[in-house]
Write a protein that binds this ligand. Structure first.
Ligand SMILES: [Mn+2]
Length: 463
């Protein structure tokens, strides 16, 4: 018999978890939850938040203010999982979303599952590690989740992949926690992440993945909560639902208000058109991108909140970021070379000749170059530097069969020993190349793009 329908003098026995503790006038005031309901308990003993017990006792008090007077309190850690599961099932979520298009309707159960898990995790004082990608989308998503979770441990992840090395570090962080939940935002599902996730899971973590990068096969099975538009769609459009936006929907489902701004920053940062964004949203995304490029691994979220709230700092970063963008745009334009005439034109830009330092990063530089030619019919732009190639492909070219991740897979299959890692979306992706082999790999990429050119007869009419 649990903590529901308490009454004065009633005898209660239940498996429960200590969900909070605060100092009272005479000892500690604990809150116990059995996953369905809560009850207060006053005690001079020490009980740790997150520990599971079997409790027996009598209810005292009345008028809805009941306190449990225990006569039995026994550690029973094996009860934790079932109390947690009940708490998740009993979490109430809000159903209305910012967007209710076909894809989002299909994603609704996954959003609500993520929300229930976060509500229950918060309620049970569960240990949470929040990992977020180092760009505006990842940061906006993580900020949205902290509105629900409060001050949890958060680490910036300076890669879209979740590598084995990341897993090793994270397993070390969580190894003394019981039932840790690791939430990964805007990274971690793409190619070469599965092995890392597998190790993270083996290290004791429950993994919640909130990402919109095309997932590597087998990733979903590792994550009890897998919130990815690719889970419900195989179309390229799945990539246009940014992870930060998905996090805002999760936060809303948890009952948080005021998520619209963060959702729009995520959309502005990832150049997604699913929500209308203003110049102010774009500015904020630019400021976060700039900061995230310079921030070290493991950087915490408070840093971003602080800068967004500090007018002088914000204005100064915005000024620097814009100035850098402008200068780089000019240089990039001069450096672009057409490698293939068409039907799908292919351009390359050698970034080793551009004076950009860390910001904008190579992906953003490629986007700048892409913006200069993206309206000139079907195009592919390759940003190239020693050790990497970044791909941008416009809609017209995708319609003609060009796909960045397929090209990358073909190149990997042919010269895998030169490739460190590679993957991404169909329209935007990147390759990391072993030092000294960039030229050879670029030639192969260009050959693949040549081989993928549509035959004149099959070429689509311009839409
Ligand atoms: Mn993203």
């Amino acid at each position: 018999m649990g903590f529901r329908n308490l009454g004065e003098g009633k005898r209660v026995e239940a498996e429960c978890v200590v969900s909070s503790a605060k100092r009272g006038r005479d000892g500690t005031i604990y809150m116990l939850t059995d996953g369905e309901a809560d009850v207060e308990m006053h005690s001079r003993e020490f009980y740790k938040i997150g520990d599971a017990y079997f409790v027996g006792g009598t209810v005292e008090g009345g008028h809805g203010l009941f306190v449990l007077k225990p006569d039995r309190m026994e550690r029973k850690q094996e009860a934790y999982a079932s109390v947690l599961r009940k708490a998740e099932e009993n979490s109430r979520v809000r159903h209305e979303k910012f967007l209710a298009d076909g894809l989002m309707e299909k994603l609704r159960p996954r959003i609500e599952l993520a929300a229930k898990k976060l509500i229950a995790a918060k309620k049970l004082g569960r240990s949470i590690l929040l990992k977020f990608h180092n760009d505006a989308d990842g940061v906006a998503g993580a900020l949205a989740l902290t509105k629900v979770l409060g001050n949890v441990q958060s680490h910036q992840q300076n890669s879209a992949l979740y590598r084995v090395a990341d897993a090793m570090r994270d397993v070390n962080v969580i190894r003394y926690e019981r039932s840790p939940l690791v939430v990964i935002v805007d990274c971690g599902s793409g190619g070469e992440s599965r092995e890392g996730l597998q190790i993270l899971k083996a290290g004791g973590a429950e993994v919640m993945l909130i990402d919109h990068h095309p997932p590597e096969k087998g990733v979903e099975a590792i994550c009890p909560a897998f919130l990815s538009p690719w889970a419900v769609s195989e179309e390229e459009e799945a990539s246009t639902y940014p992870a930060g936006y998905l996090c805002c929907e999760v936060a809303r489902a948890c009952g948080e208000g005021g998520m619209e701004e963060l959702a729009k920053i995520a959309c502005a940062g990832d150049k997604s058109g699913i929500m209308p964004v203003s110049d102010a949203d774009r500015e904020k995304a630019l400021v976060i991108d700039y900061m995230a490029t310079y921030a070290e691994f493991g950087n915490r979220l408070e840093f971003y909140e602080h800068a967004m709230g500090d007018k002088e700092l914000y204005a100064s970063i915005l000024f620097q970021a814009r100035e850098r963008m402008e200068r780089v745009k000019e240089e990039v334009g001069k450096m672009m070379k057409k490698r293939i005439e068409g039907p799908v034109a292919v351009y390359t830009v050698d970034f080793d000749k551009v004076s950009a330092r860390e910001f904008p990063g190579k992906g953003k530089l490629t986007s700048r170059a892409f913006e200069l030619v993206m309206h000139e019919g079907p195009v592919v732009v390759l940003g190239v530097w020693e050790g990497g190639i970044s791909f941008r492909i416009n809609e017209d070219a995708v319609l003609r069969g060009m796909n960045a991740s397929s090209i990358i897979e073909a190149v990997k299959a042919k010269m895998g020993s030169f490739i460190e890692s590679g993957g991404g979306h169909g329209r935007a992706a990147s390759l990391r190349i072993k030092r000294g082999y960039t030229k050879e790999v670029l030639e192969e990429v260009v050959n693949q793009l040549q081989a993928s050119q549509p035959q004149e007869k099959q070429a689509l009419q311009p839409s």
